[in-house]
Design a protein around this ligand. Sequence first.
Ligand SMILES: *Cc1c(COP(=O)(O)O)cnc(C)c1O
Length: 391
Amino acid sequence: MSDDLADKKFETQAVHLGRVEGDETGSVATGIFPSSTYRVDYPGDESGYVYSRWSNPTRQALETALATLESGRHGYAFASGLAAQNAVMNLLRPGDHVVSVDDLYGGTHRQFEHLMRNFGVTFSYVDGEDAGSFEKAANDRTRLFWIESPTNPLMKLVDIAAAAEIATRRDILTVVDNTFATPFIQKPLDLGADVVLHSASKYLGGHCDVVAGALVVNDDGLAEKIRFNQYAVGGTLSPFDSWLVLRGLKTLPLRMERHSYNSMKLVEYLETVPMVDRIFYPGQDGKPVPNKMKLPGGMLSFTIKADFETVRRFVMSTSVFILAESLGGVESLINHPASMTHASIPEDIRRARGIGDNLVRLSVGIEHIDDLLIDLRTAFDKIRTAVSREK
Ligand SMILES: *Cc1c(COP(=O)(O)O)cnc(C)c1O
């Protein structure tokens, strides 16, 4: 980062970070450097760019920007959030153990259970709302605490600082998937975490037009290992996709403010709907909000007092909310976790974790709040009439 940005506010950094170092064209926008290979001055010269899997100017501009925004020293961009996760998993050895929150992204659970278990890594799942549960589940072989906060899809909040304190005492690394909150809302490294992970496909990119992942760390030794894994496995982010994420970052603060405003208004509305049973939203039920989350963000879930088929009809009854997986874009999305994002979790485990058939998850976009309210009201009306017609 250029020194004149170091003391600037997040919003200013988000706009001005991401210039390619050494680019003297005067270009205001970041340049896209597609070259896979770079001319060197002598055989074995590794002082500059060499080969794009190792380093690329556009990707490096993004990596530097992400590190700064997350209060870290080293950033790494990957071809997806799960590729970033794999670079962390490759730090482990057979026999190692991971304590993870039980309410987490379906693909994360899949990589743990269907890939890493084959290499002899074991996992325990705990209720992240109780920070002490990490300590209880830890043993001598525990190497990682894996945290999502807010969790997906039940929006539980983990006391990251408390978990990281336990981890540090026991020489365990704390990894925080900060996809839902983004660094504008919370900065896990400042709370004591060792690794921050992002699916940049979500809020960082922000427009549902790129699949990307990232890791940010502070420790130099850990950074070197992750950089090795990134290079040796090869799941790096392309120059064009790096540029898309950089472009998204510029409006991240503006978007998070609007996502949060809209979601708060929708929660106020949902609280008045008799068909709504429970609402899952950061700070809901009068629970305290740890980690100094600056805003609630744009994600919320709720249960409807209706059967499987009726809930499926509900998620097919909106028109502004698009029925789709994923989240974090400017457009509002509606999702039925049991048959979409969390369908890969075995049914009994899914139900035991509270992800029932009547759960609906919203990724609240940045449209006008009135249109979002009307859209949900219309969808509730449709299932209400459908339910009464059947009777
Ligand atoms: C989407 C998501 C991931 C996986 O990221 P991809 O970019 O889809 O590989 C991981 N964690 C969370 C919380 C996510 O929402």
